[in-house]
Design a protein around this ligand. Structure first.
Ligand code: ADP
Ligand code: MG
Length: 553
């Protein structure tokens, strides 16, 4: 009996052992179901073939261990195939009517339960799977035991007790075999899963390393790695560029001093040496080949041991930053000078007003030929005053007060003035205003000055009679546009380039402040100013004021 039991155990377990040997690669997972199902079917045939009945009438037959394992791990198709094999094998053994009845009852109870649990089995955790296998196993044993009990019900009480004892021993053996089978099957799957995980981890590790390498090589920093002996182990692309024609192989395994010599850097004291002596972080500003570098040297720590396993040297090119800093300093000084100039010019206006008053007085009292000179003095004083006014409005960068206004209204208020100016020059004004125009926040005084400056420039550019100055407005989706178009002399490229520079003028009596002022006004109104010009054809100034929603976006 023991021999037969051992044989049954071996046959019941051989599919699992074979599976363990075979399933050693992730690629085989696809065929695992079929492989397991075929082996289990074979195991079922063999267990049936070698099944025996003890002297006490106890069946020694482990066939449902492969049925259980194959069905649970193989999924519904395998379970279906194995069930068919099981049913065929069992029906071949049945002889009496009672056998058939018992078989029908057992199968009708067990198989539906088995099938209903397969999906849950696959979803559950390892311990869940073991639990489910034991539950199904016990259920099957109970069914087998009851049918068996039925067949020996007529025996003596003692015999029945003995049978119950035997069945319990047998049941424990079956439970043990099923547990072992599940354990080894799980092991096979886990091993492959672990392999896949290790592969994934090493793949993502490789990617991470590549990404880091790319970052180090392409970063606009000097990056040098050194080992704990202070020898160079890696230099990035920017460092290579700085030390060309020396290449990477020449500096690897060389000392830091050698590398520094190649990139022309001179340190007060070698930062790598200081780090090797235990300093945590050494920073220094160094200049090489006309560029400034902010350098940092620090140890690379081993995260686990906390010990230093190398040294990292980084250099950041801060030349532009330095230049910008210098530039800001210069600008600040300039702006101070500008402010002083503004306050001085402001003060000059008072004595000039006094002079003008007296000259006016003298002019009224003076003789005819003296008046000619006084008029010239007065005109020049007015011109000086106009320059001072323009200069002051340009220099004043104060926050201006704005109120909702309509460009059309401002234009209508200005029109008589422009009209008169144009009349005097023998030119005409064409006005083309769009239908509706949005109200925007304007400083009316400034906008009027802007329009006047642009219009006056246009008129001055059309010195010959018959010039036409067009003023157009447009209400666009995100902005309000003002166009001042003349058909005057136009501008060459060099004028276009310097147009908005303060004091840039091509006119004998110009100040060169008009457009600089226009630009600062437009900027204060969150707008933009564009120029289109062709020599001999004319010029168009386009001013666009953003609508508030457009700014918010
Ligand atoms: P100003 O009018 O005092 O010369 P501006 O700053 O108003 O100073 O203009 C600077 C220069 O730009 C002018 O001297 C002129 O050469 C050029 N310019 C400005 N507007 C026009 C225009 N509509 N057509 C041709 N040239 C222009
Ligand atoms: Mg001008």
């Amino acid at each position: 009996m023991w021999k037969d039991t051992m044989l049954q155990i071996l046959i019941a377990l051989f599919p699992v052992f074979l599976f363990l040997v075979w399933h050693d690669r992730a690629e085989r997972t696809r065929y695992a179901n079929v492989f397991l199902a075929v082996l289990c079917a074979l195991s079922m045939v063999l267990t049936m073939h070698y099944s025996t009945v003890t002297e006490q009438g106890q069946h020694i037959d482990f066939r449902f261990v492969p049925l259980l394992i194959g069905s649970l791990y193989g999924g519904i198709p395998s379970a279906a195939a194995l069930s068919i094999v099981y049913v065929i094998l069992r029906t071949g053994e049945l002889s009496t009517e009672l056998d058939y009845i018992i078989f029908y009852i057992d199968t009708a109870i067990f198989l539906p339960v088995l099938f209903s649990r397969i999906a849950a089995f696959r979803r559950s955790s390892r311990s869940g799977r073991i639990k489910l296998t034991y539950t199904l196993c016990i259920m099957m044993l109970l069914l087998a035991f009851f049918s068996y009990l039925y067949s020996i019900a007529d025996s003596e009480f003692n015999t029945i007790l003995f049978h119950i004892f035997l069945t319990m021993v047998y049941g424990l053996a079956v439970l043990f075999v099923s547990g072992t089978a599940v354990h080894f099957t799980e092991m096979a799957f886990e091993r492959v899963q672990m392999q896949a995980e290790v592969r994934d981890v090493s793949l993502s590790y490789g990617n991470e390393v590549r990404r880091l390498q790319q970052f180090i090589d392409n970063t606009p920093l000097i990056v040098v790695f050194l080992n704990d002996k202070g020898l160079v182990t890696h230099v990035n692309d920017l460092t290579l560029k700085l030390m060309s024609p020396v290449n990477r192989i020449d500096v690897i395994n060389e000392s830091f001093g050698y590398l520094v010599e190649k990139i022309d850097m001179q340190f007060e004291s070698c930062p790598v040496g200081r780090v090797m002596q235990g300093e945590e972080r050494v920073t220094e500003m160094v200049t090489t080949r006309g560029r400034s570098f902010y350098t940092v040297c620090c140890p690379v720590k081993d995260a686990a041991a906390g010990s230093s396993e190398g040294i990292l040297f980084i250099g950041h090119d801060v030349t532009e930053l330095q230049l910008l800093k210098d530039e800001i300093g210069r600008m600040e000084r300039l702006s101070l000078v500008g402010q002083m100039a503004a306050s001085i010019t402001h003060e000059i206006r008072n004595p000039m007003a006094v002079i003008r008053g007296f000259v006016q007085l003298l002019n009224e009292r003076g003789s005819e030929d003296q008046q000619y000179y006084f008029r010239i003095v007065l005109e020049e004083l007015d011109r000086a005053n106009a320059i001072i006014n323009d200069f002051l409005s340009l220099a004043q960068n104060r926050i201006i007060e704005k109120e909702p206004a309509n460009l059309h209204n401002l234009l209508s208020e200005l029109l008589p003035l422009i009209w008169a100016d144009a009349n005097m020059r023998g030119q005409t004004i064409e006005l083309q205003m769009c239908q509706n125009i949005d109200w925007l926040d304007f400083n009316c005084k400034e906008i009027k000055q802007l329009i006047l400056n642009l219009a006056r420039n246009g008129m001055e550019a059309m010195n010959d009679k018959g010039g036409v100055l067009r003023i157009e407005t447009r209400n666009l989706a995100d902005s309000v546009e003002l166009r001042v178009i003349d058909n005057g002399v136009g501008m060459p490229a060099e004028t276009l380039e310097r147009l908005f520079e303060p004091f840039y003028t091509t006119k004998a009596s110009g100040t060169g402040l008009g457009l600089a002022l226009c630009l600062s006004i437009v900027e204060r109104h969150n707008g933009k100013i564009r120029v289109e010009s062709m020599v001999g054809k004319g010029t168009t100034f386009i001013v666009s004021f953003n609508k508030p929603e457009a700014i918010a976006v």
